[in-house]
Design a protein around this ligand. Sequence first.
Ligand code: PRP
Ligand code: URA
Length: 212
Amino acid sequence: MAEKGHVMIMEHPLIQHKISMLRDKRTGTNEFRKLVEEIAAMMGYEALRDLPVEEMEIETPIEVCRTPFIAGKKLALVPVLRAGLGMVSGLLTLVPSARVGHVGLYRDPVTHEPHEYYCKLPEAIGERTILILDPMLATGGSAVAAVDFVKRQGGHNIKFLCIIAAPEGLKRLTGAHPDIDVYCGHLDRCLNERAYICPGLGDAGDRIFGTK
Ligand code: PRP
Ligand code: URA
């Protein structure tokens, strides 16, 4: 995925196995959180495949050599509150020095439109690779609003990571923001009349935080 604007659906059996465990309604909060963290780390590994590197000189116990290190500003993780928070720790295991911003959005239960309540991004956002994190891409309203916000603040090198996407949301996001890369753990069948993903996993925020 060297050029921007690609969609990648994860096919790795480990990711698919863990998503199946997430879907199971018997999976409790503790295990659910752990699975979200593990899936996020595996997706992050793929999404960061094109991070720029630069060669620097170091000395091994054997000899001096030039060897690659990650180049440029530290990347920014931007979870969409609340459920995106569950993905942050998994990505920090890969990149412990990443900066973390937040986009606070909740979906109106009747209109399903997103409402913004708290947004803050790391400084120099325009110089960073930005990973927007949200386990669920349903109607796509929240994802489009999150990317709109990041772009208004000057971000442009944007990747959106979701664990489960509905076709409706994926279409809306790629239509509104054809220049970003989108990584989905699994593409599900459709939305139901309450705009929940089918078969999905239910309300991701409630399952991660044990609310409801
Ligand atoms: C969920 C989810 C997404 C959004 C997806 O959040 O985490 O942000 O719904 O739906 P959409 O694609 O139709 O916008 P929710 O608004 O339920 O808030 P929460 O994470 O605080 O529970
Ligand atoms: N948000 C969720 O948490 N789950 C869905 O299925 C849709 C939106």
